[in-house]
Design a protein around this ligand. Structure first.
Ligand code: ATP
Length: 234
């Protein structure tokens, strides 16, 4: 569903991605694993149109989306839940959600999408008039996911969705990701929690210093000695 080929990304003279190629099969959970600074966030941002690659191509669902605006990419059905739950703190929960339905493909069904989000996250419904900045970290993550769903994506890229959350909340966030996958969503998952993400993933790639050094089935990578030593401490 997504095909990334030979992607190069620079910040000034510093190269963050060097010839990155990998694919995300339709209906998969694809994990991107790597140490701090390996380039995972840069990769997600480059795919989502928030950074402009210097070279390479990104194709999503048959469209060449390389270098396109993030709004346009979102409108094609590629959503992302950014690291650090980027909600608008001085807007209400409901207004944050409505912003998620601004893209043309989602606008006319916004009311139905909102009902679906309330059903999925009853806690957000209870707090619909509360300012987003006063929500707990876990609730803000739910809101970030809900806002992404308002755009009616067919694929979602999650960047560190469990970062800074309590164990119970981490469990809940992973349960939501599993549920979305079961409902047919294609998922890209960047996670510090490598063991959990590889267990969940059908497909995975390992990024080191801006290069893809391995790509394969999640279960194969879990069994790989180098992955076990570098990322699982085994
Ligand atoms: N806006 C920026 N300007 C300059 N350099 C940047 C910028 N964003 C990222 N970098 C650099 O690019 C490299 C890759 O960073 P990136 O955040 O993509 O890695 P990551 O794998 O997501 O790391 P982490 O797990 O720590 O979030 C790092 O060396 C980082 O310092």
């Amino acid at each position: 569903m997504l095909d990334v080929r030979d992607l190069d990304l620079f910040y000034g003279d510093a190269q963050a991605l060097a010839g990155v190629s990998f694919g995300v099969p339709l209906g998969s959970i694809t994990a991107i694993v790597g140490a701090n600074g390996a380039g995972k966030t840069s990769l997600i941002r480059a795919i989502a149109g928030m950074e402009t690659p210097r070279a390479g191509t990104v194709r999503f669902d048959g469209h060449d989306i390389t270098g396109r605006e993030s709004f346009e990419i979102c409108d094609l059905g590629l959503g992302q839940v950014a690291e650090g739950r980027q909600v608008f703190p001085t807007m209400s929960v409901e207004d944050n959600l409505e912003l998620g339905a601004m893209v043309p493909r989602a606008r006319k069904d916004a009311a139905a999408s909102l009902e679906r989000v309330w059903q999925m996250f009853p806690r957000l419904l209870e707090r619909r008039r509360q300012m987003a900045g006063t929500l707990s970290g876990g609730e803000q993550q739910m809101l970030a996911i809900g806002r992404c769903l308002m755009g009616q994506p067919r694929m979602i890229m999650f960047d560190e969705p469990s970062l800074g959350l309590s164990p119970a909340m981490v469990h809940e966030v992973f349960a939501i990701i599993r549920r979305l996958h079961e409902e047919g969503m294609t998922i890209v998952l960047v996670e510090q929690n490598v063991a959990v993400s590889l267990h969940m993933a059908d497909h995975a790639c390992v990024l080191e210093n801006g290069h893809v050094v391995m790509e394969g089935r999640g279960s194969d990578l879990l069994g790989d000695d180098r992955v076990r030593a570098a990322y699982l401490g085994l």
